[in-house]
Design a binder for this molecule. Structure first.
Ligand SMILES: C[S@@+](CC[C@H](N)C(=O)[O-])C[C@H]1O[C@@H](n2cnc3c(N)ncnc32)[C@H](O)[C@@H]1O
Length: 380
């Protein structure tokens, strides 16, 4: 399955096919992508071999009736012999199960970043803490394209708010001695904060903001999270524009259709609603429903993975973490349950340089590949 120095071949192919983009590059540097249940696949990986885990696991909210976001989680928790559990408790137990494997394969002092849903994040954090990891921080990813799924009731009442954020838990495997000793022995223990400075060289904050997909080069879309924060920093419309510019946030775009499909030209097309519940649909070659922006994942990878280190994503989906790792010149090991997504991930990661090629930005996204712009400056 793998020729990396740090991961062993799984026992037998029953658990899934390994696949890696073909092309140039030293074998141990090529990404390794494995199909299977991540808890089983990780059980076959060498202990203390991974420099960072960056992942976007199922949120346990029954997303689009996907089995992997509901029944499979309950079944896995039940196999742990924990009796009858509520849906959310089962999610917490399951997070502890994959968290245990992550903690085992992570080097001492290695960091883990995992996205969560505002509704179930607390269970994710508790599960990871119970697995032996230390919770270090909570990052917030702000965006503006979330759709309210609330029903309307008489009197102007609704049951939910418009979703504009996703929390990201930052956890760490306990150190091996002091921070200095851990850095010396394992190259882990502290984050690459200097390499993640935002515009004007400011130290980054634990909040990240995405532009709306409809933002153009010159103008932000009305309601874009970044534009709203800009306006607030400038004291609203006609404000002085000087006080409290929140420029320690990272700017990053939501993925465009071009970013979604880049590298997948040889794969079949699927009909896909680009915004859930919206009438806007179209043909895409990467139909993954919960795609993350590459620029956001690049920043996260750069933050927690040492240069050249091995990044593990146990819930790879269509491979955005792998694409980010390729661009940031980190090695990558990805695990994905669904074979079609594995194929998409392999194509995307190869496109972004995972097979030793020069990263090739999708034409429409070229403008977005520049370094992040801070809040407090207008898009020009
Ligand atoms: C939220 S998505 C990740 C999307 C990814 N961030 C991207 O940009 O494409 C979670 C993925 O985990 C996969 N998955 C769910 N349960 C899994 C398991 N036990 N082992 C491995 N993969 C799993 C799902 O098939 C899904 O593609």
């Amino acid at each position: 399955m793998t020729t990396t120095k740090t991961a062993r071949r799984p026992k037998g192919r029953r658990r899934g096919e390994a696949c890696g983009p073909s092309g140039k590059g030293k074998a141990q540097d090529l990404p390794r992508l494995v199909q299977g249940d991540c808890i089983e696949v990780m059980a076959d990986l060498e202990a203390e071999s991974v420099d960072a885990v960056v992942c976007d696991p199922p949120y346990g909210i029954g997303w689009q009736n996907e089995t992997w976001d509901s029944a499979a989680i309950r079944a896995a928790a039940a196999r742990r012999g924990r009796g009858r559990l509520t849906k959310n408790k089962a999610f917490e137990v399951w997070c502890g199960m994959w968290g245990e494997q992550c903690a085992r394969v992570m080097k001492p002092g290695a960091h883990l970043l995992a996205f969560g849903s505002p509704r179930t994040y607390h269970r994710l954090a508790c599960g990871l803490e119970d697995s032996g990891l230390e919770i270090r921080d909570t990052l917030m990813w702000l965006y503006s394209s979330g759709m309210s799924k609330s029903r309307r009731y008489p009197g102007g009442r609704r049951t939910t708010l418009k979703p504009v954020l996703e929390p990201i838990v930052l956890a760490r495997r306990p150190l091996d001695g002091t921070t200095e000793e851990t850095i010396g022995r394992h190259g882990t223990g502290a984050m690459n904060v200097e390499a993640c400075r935002v515009e004007d060289g400011r130290l980054p904050a634990n909040a990240l903001a995405s532009h709306d997909p409809d933002c153009a080069d010159e103008n932000c879309d009305r309601g874009c999270a970044v534009a709203l924060l800009d306006a607030a920093a400038a004291g609203g419309e006609g404000g002085s524009g000087t006080q409290l510019a929140p420029s320690r946030f990272l700017y990053c775009p939501k993925p465009t259709r071009a970013e979604r499909d880049a590298g997948c030209e040889a794969l079949p097309e699927h009909f896909f609603n680009l915004l859930p519940n919206a009438s806007r649909g179209g043909l895409v070659r990467n139909p993954h429903p919960t795609l993350k922006p590459i620029e956001l994942m690049r920043w996260l990878v750069r933050l927690v993975a040492p240069a050249g280190g091995l990044v593990l994503d146990p819930f790879m989906g269509s491979g955005t973490t792998g694409a980010a790792a390729a661009i940031e010149r980190r090695r990558f090991f990805g695990i994905e349950l669904e074979a079609p997504y594995l194929e998409v991930a392999a194509a995307r990661i190869a496109h972004w340089g995972g097979a030793g090629r020069t990263p090739a930005p999708a034409p429409r996204d070229r403008r977005r590949r520049s370094e992040p712009r801070p809040l407090g400056t207008r898009r020009r």
